[in-house]
Design a protein around this ligand. Structure first.
Ligand SMILES: Nc1ncnc2c1ncn2[C@@H]1O[C@H](COP(=O)(O)OP(=O)(O)OP(=O)(O)O)[C@@H](O)[C@H]1O
Length: 269
């Protein structure tokens, strides 16, 4: 699986920016109405998901293993199709996974420039932009290094810069920091938060870690065990920047974890 949904290249609109499907003056970047997904004749993965994500909102999804979180992101990204229901997204989203899937033979710079190369952006322009993006995730000094020469955290930062290179306004992140140590993850939270704010991005972020969700989100959406349904939504109105170990983050984490445990237990998962 690739780590990135690369927009279809169009000469007049390489990043698909003009492909935004406006919701009749709506402030929503993502709208899901009664979205259901069944794989073949078998697993019912999602069952009647209704969701509205405002432009610029940061929404985290938590739920039991196998409840359909990745399926949901894949449907929003366009990689997969809903069996029924309506999906509406403002433009073409970019998708980032836990595994960075960088091209091992390319430097950091060329990895970040890749989506722009595929979109037909001229070389000088894409290299300049790739330099800027790497600097924005504090990797300006490793532009020539290849993935095996970087730490896990640095590789995920290159992957984040590459995701941003699509110029998508909607980022879909599927446990992007799940494999990183706590310290590195903390740094990446700061970087993601600053890029999110600076660019006014809309982020849909899947995690198993409730504390991470509370650290980052404007709203945490709890999904039921399979088939995934929205059980509860938690607006997180704590001041930013938040720290992982803030007592208020801990208390919201406790509340959501209790609900998640109940949900997991209800299904004997
Ligand atoms: N391509 C597929 N074909 C058949 N079943 C699938 C397919 N992809 C996912 N599923 C099933 O759909 C359900 C939801 O899977 P999904 O990966 O979306 O869950 P998840 O919440 O992301 O899981 P996890 O938290 O373990 O990553 C699971 O039961 C899974 O086995």
């Amino acid at each position: 699986m690739t780590a990135l949904a690369v927009p279809d290249a169009r000469a007049d609109d390489p990043f698909g920016i003009n492909a935004f499907r406006e919701e009749g003056g709506s402030d929503n970047a993502v709208v899901l109405d009664e979205v259901t997904k069944r794989y073949g004749r078998g697993t019912l993965a999602l069952d009647g998901i209704d969701l509205r994500v405002r432009r610029g909102e940061f929404v985290c999804f938590v739920g039991a293993s196998g409840c359909g979180k990745s399926t949901l992101l894949n449907i929003v990204s366009g990689l997969d199709k809903a069996t029924s229901g309506r999906v509406s997204v403002a433009g073409r989203p970019a998708l980032m996974f836990q595994e960075h899937a960088l091209m091992p033979w390319l430097s950091s710079l060329d990895n970040v420039a890749l989506p722009m190369r595929l979109a037909g952006v001229p070389k000088a322009q894409r290299l300049e932009r790739a330099h800027e993006l790497l600097a924005s995730v504090h990797l300006g000094d490793v532009v020539d290094k290849r993935p095996h020469e970087l730490s896990g955290g640095m590789r995920q930062r290159v992957a984040l810069a590459r995701t941003l290179a699509t110029e998508s306004q909607v980022l879909l992140m599927d446990e992007p920091f799940g494999a990183l140590d706590a310290m590195t993850r903390d740094l990446l939270h700061d970087e993601l938060e600053s890029v999110w704010r600076a660019r006014g991005l809309t982020v849909l972020f899947v995690t198993h870690n409730v504390r991470e969700a509370v650290r980052l989100a404007d709203r945490v959406v709890l999904l039921s065990s399979r088939p995934g349904r929205v059980v509860q939504e938690y607006p997180i109105e704590l001041a930013r920047p938040r720290r992982f170990d803030d007592p208020a983050v801990g208390s919201a984490t406790g509340q959501i974890t209790t609900a998640l445990r109940k949900e997991v237990a209800r299904h004997g998962d």
